[in-house]
Ligand binder design. Structure first.
Ligand SMILES: NC(=O)c1ccc[n+]([C@@H]2O[C@H](COP(=O)([O-])OP(=O)(O)OC[C@H]3O[C@@H](n4cnc5c(N)ncnc54)[C@H](OP(=O)(O)O)[C@@H]3O)[C@@H](O)[C@H]2O)c1
Length: 347
């Protein structure tokens, strides 16, 4: 990679999140070039390339005329001119294709949740380490300045010892054919959006949960349509998470420490609006910090590029993702058992 100035990216599939957010972020990024798109169907890859040209060429001013398209994922993995792959496949396919890409010497930015289980995450981490490539989970929310500011405040002790975190991520999936409602493909509210709430709670607490409990409402297709969970952390902190694929949209984060409280609405997905992070730390007056819209996908892509091109250490590695999946697996075990307490094994 030495001497290469820009990371040459390929996108594995025509997934909506790639079309709408991450491929555009790669095109806009300061250190990446979008070189190719692969689909199981070459025509679909061509349609996505045409859509990106139409939407991005006028606004970004980048010539996407040479964007390549492939009719199979393996063809993209085998392309020697590709340095890095973005993998937005259904969750159940993340591990297989990430490992194939790593074995071919490609860096991988893989969508959240990184895999189905902690064990799969470890296998992905081992494959990336063995082949000397960067692997990161595409949790873009961690690259937004509002969350970076909140994490820094907690780390600096602004709120005192954390006692309680409440995190929700809910929205409605209307299409029964959506991958989120497909059990075989790794669907479910906890896998799709609850993973953010679990990740935020673990990150803010700074330690791992030891025990969890959850209750779920199951869809006809067998996925958790809604799940409410409690995570008990080393040191006495507690988190409550709520996630749903059948409720109005909410993305709220409440963080309560011994000395102060922080609140963040729109905690996860970037919005086109200013977002307020509120702190209450008596006797200081309440503080509200306004964050202008930022493309956290682009910030994530550029960080990943710096890791692959300059050897910067990834802020979050696949073992961190394994710990998230360990908590998720335990929450599912509890929900399937009707809410029994389940220990979280070390990841
Ligand atoms: N970070 C974020 O903000 C964010 C947001 C949304 C989703 N995601 C994550 O991104 C991933 C994709 O989500 P999405 O909503 O964008 O998915 P989607 O639009 O349903 O696309 C999934 C893609 O996977 C490919 N695929 C391969 N086998 C498939 C199968 N058996 N059934 C359906 N599709 C199959 C298809 O591409 P081809 O037909 O081209 O091969 C399809 O376009 C998930 O892991 C999700 O958790 C992340």
């Amino acid at each position: 990679m030495a001497g290469t100035e820009r990371l040459r990216w390929g996108v594995l599939s025509t997934a909506r999140i790639g079309r709408k957010a991450v491929a555009p972020a790669i095109v806009r990024s300061s250190n990446g070039t979008l070189l190719a798109i692969a689909s199981r169907d070459a025509e679909r890859a061509g349609e996505m390339a045409a859509e990106l040209r139409q939407e991005l060429e006028p606004s970004v001013g980048t010539d996407l005329g040479s964007l390549r398209t492939c009719g199979s994922y393996q063809a993209l993995i085998d392309d020697p001119e590709i340095d890095a792959l973005y993998v937005p496949l259904p969750n159940a396919q993340h591990a297989e294709w990430t490992i194939r890409a790593a074995e071919a010497g490609k860096h991988v930015l893989c969508e959240k949740p990184l895999a189905m289980t902690a064990s799969e995450c470890r296998a992905m981490h081992d494959a990336a380490s063995a082949h000397g490539v960067v692997l990161m989970e595409a949790f873009m929310y961690r690259f937004h300045p509002r969350i970076e500011r909140l994490i820094a405040a907690v780390r600096e002790g602004d709120l005192g010892q954390l006692r309680f975190v409440q995190a929700s991520f809910t929205f409605t999936v209307a299409d029964p054919a959506n991958i989120r409602l497909n059990l075989e493909l790794g669907g479910g509210a906890l896998m799709d959006v609850g993973c953010y709430a679990v990740n935020a709670a673990r990150t803010l607490m700074g330690v791992e949960p030891g025990e969890v409990q959850a209750r779920a409402r199951w869809s006809k297709s067998g996925v958790d349509e809604q799940l409410l969970g409690t995570l008990r952390f080393e040191g006495g902190g507690v988190a409550q998470i709520a996630c749903s694929l059948a409720a109005a949209r909410s993305e709220d984060l409440l963080v309560v420490g011994e000395k102060g409280v922080a609140r963040l609405r729109h905690a996860f997905v970037p919005t086109g609006q200013t977002v307020a992070l509120e702190f209450q730390r008596p006797p200081s007056p309440p503080e509200v910090i306004a964050f202008e819209p930022v493309d956290s996908y682009q910030r994530m892509v550029e960080h990943f590029g710096a890791c692959a091109l300059q050897g910067v250490a990834p802020r979050y590695d696949a073992l961190e993702a394994a710990a998230n999946l360990a908590a998720i697996e335990a929450l599912y075990a509890s929900a399937r058992g009707g809410g029994v307490a389940v220990d979280v094994p070390p990841a």
